[in-house]
Every structure is written in C-alpha cells, then in structure tokens.
Design a protein around this ligand. Structure first.
Ligand SMILES: O=C(O)CCC(=O)C(=O)O
Ligand SMILES: [Fe+2]
Length: 313
C-alpha cells in the first residue's frame, strides 16, 4: 500500500503497540530501517502515535502562531544558530520558521508559549507537548533499531541520555502561480536525526543517490525520518544524510513541522564496533553545538561538506 502512495522511497510501518523489542516483528524491522537509512539516508514512516485529532490540533496551533505579528515572532531568539526565529531571508523569501528548544519538556514548551502569548495559551502548549512526545517516541524506536542492527545499543543509550529536541514550525507563503519557487535551498540537516511532517500542501523533495529529486506525498500519518550530519559521524559514515529542498507552487500556504535531535554535553564519536581496518574512523569526536556554530560561520557556510571540514580525518 505504502509504495503505491510514495514511489521511490522506502515506506516502513510503525505502531506504538509494536514498539516493544520483544515483539516478533522487531528484528526484521531493525534490518529494514537500517537498510533504508544506509541506502537513502531517509525513509517514510507511517505511524499511529499521532492521532488525526492531534494532527489537526498541532497544524491549527502552527497556523495561529504564524498569524502573530512579526515583532512578537522575532522575540524567539536562541544562542544556537537557526534555533530561533528565521525569516525575511532574501534567497528564500517564502520561508519563515520558529524553533522551540527542549520541546519535549513542559518547561521548554511553556517558556516559548509565554514568549509568544504573554497572557497565556494553554491549548498551544498542550498540543505541542503531546505532539513532540509522540514523535520523539518514533525517533527512539527508529534509533534503537539502528543501534540493535549495529550491536551498539549501549552507545545509543548514552546518546539518548544527551539528546535534546528542537521543534521547528515552518510556514512557506504560497508563490501564487504555477512556477516552482524555491522554498528552502538544497541542504542536509546538521541534526543527529530529523523527523519531518507536512500538512496537505506538498513541497518537500529528496535527492536520491542517482541525483533524481523525489516529491514526498503529504499524509497525516506519514513522517519523513531523515539522518543528519551528526548521525553520519556516529555511524562512521554508514548512514549518510540525504539532501533535500522545498519547492513551492500554487496558491496555498504550506506548513510543516520538524522534530530535530541534537546531542548536548557529550562528544559524538563512532563506537569502536563500527571501526576496523576496512572501516577506518572518518571523523574526530566533536561537540554537536560547536559544530552548529562552525556551520553558521563564514568558513562553514563556504564549505561543500562542513562536517568533513570541521572534524573529518
Ligand atoms: O519544510 C520541510 O518539509 C523541510 C524543512 C527542512 O528541510 C528543514 O527545516 O531543515
Ligand atoms: Fe532540512
């Protein structure tokens, strides 16, 4: 069923009920997930952890957020590049994004909500928190499967203990016409992992290894699970991030959500299980947040492969 809806990208089904490592489908799924990430750097997850009701609530909340005046939205600042408000950028004029740091914690979400709605908006905090917790669960299922395939479960547990979640809410204004206009430039994510979710309006495109751009079909129960640069370092190059972009067309604004993981206070380094004579270590241990700052610097922005320029061996 999935492959008909989404040609050319692997589609893997996940269920909250099946997320138990003792279930019979777990081991086969580990191989499927790891293979998809190794081949494409991403896959489509169909996932029942976000109900239709929660889906509608989170996209309504997103829409309301972007209706706030710009002078309120710019209050969303961060010490980390691109983690706060991003908008009015000449090369991508359709794009506007807001970031919620520590988005799986009540404290993180409430702090953001209070900044945007000083008189309070509990419905926003509630929807966001329910959503981020459900999608973080999917991230953890996927990463436990990857870790199981590589025999590095213990290493993943320490990565998980240092994982922080950023929820990015994104709006692309419709270009009002039939020409395809760039919504976000081709890039790989600087994250450890990214889980993207788009509402009715399509636009996300993923570049396959052969250079072909694949349009991702929107669906309420479909999530795009993507590896970021940090995952490439951690897996010693076994999983490469996929290059993607957004192309906008037509008369309807597009909203999308990204739950992004970053590793704090722990250097990222490939476990020794993934390093041997035939697979020499490719990246030095590095601090994820320092890498984000490097990527945003002039040198990092000029680099074709910033991870390699930053910590490649
Ligand atoms: O809007 C999307 O679907 C993609 C967003 C994206 O690639 C990003 O924020 O890194
Ligand atoms: Fe991205």
């Amino acid at each position: 069923m999935g492959s008909l809806q989404q040609p050319n990208l692997p589609v893997i089904q996940f269920s909250v009920k099946e997320s138990n490592p003792d279930s019979s489908s777990w081991v086969t799924k580990c191989a499927e997930v790891t293979h998809a990430l190794e081949e494409c750097g991403c896959f489509i997850a169909t996932y029942d952890g976000v109900s239709q009701e929660l889906h509608d609530a989170i996209f309504l909340a997103t829409q309301e957020l972007f209706e706030l005046p710009t002078e309120v939205k710019v209050l969303n600042t961060s010490d980390t590049p691109s983690h706060g408000y991003v908008g009015q950028i000449p090369v991508i004029p359709l794009y506007e994004g807001l970031g919620i740091e520590n988005a799986t914690t009540a404290h993180g979400v409430q702090r953001f909500t209070k900044l945007m709605w000083p008189s309070g908006k509990d419905s926003f905090s509630e929807s966001v928190l329910m959503y981020t917790k459900a999608v973080a669960e999917l991230d953890q299922i996927v990463m436990r499967m990857v870790a199981k395939s590589y025999g590095i479960e213990k290493h993943y547990e320490s990565i998980l203990g240092s994982t922080t979640y950023l929820l990015k809410l994104i709006k692309y204004i419709s270009p009002q016409g039939n020409d395809k206009i760039l919504g976000i430039v081709p890039h790989t994510d600087k994250t450890f992992m990214s889980i993207l979710h788009q509402n009715e309006v399509k636009g996300l495109e993923i570049k396959k290894k052969d250079g072909e751009w694949i349009e991702v079909h929107p669906s309420p129960s479909s999530f795009i699970v993507m590896a970021g640069d940090a995952c490439m370092a951690w897996t010693n190059g076994k999983i490469e991030p996929s290059c993607h972009r957004v192309m906008m067309q037509g008369n309807t604004d597009r909203f999308s959500l990204g739950l992004f993981t970053f590793i704090r206070d722990l250097k990222i380094e490939a476990p020794k299980e993934l390093v041997d004579e035939n697979h020499p270590i490719q990246f030095e241990a590095f601090d994820h947040y320092k890498y984000l700052h490097y990527h945003a610097s002039d040198e990092g922005m000029r680099s074709k492969f910033p991870l390699k320029s930053y910590c490649g061996i």
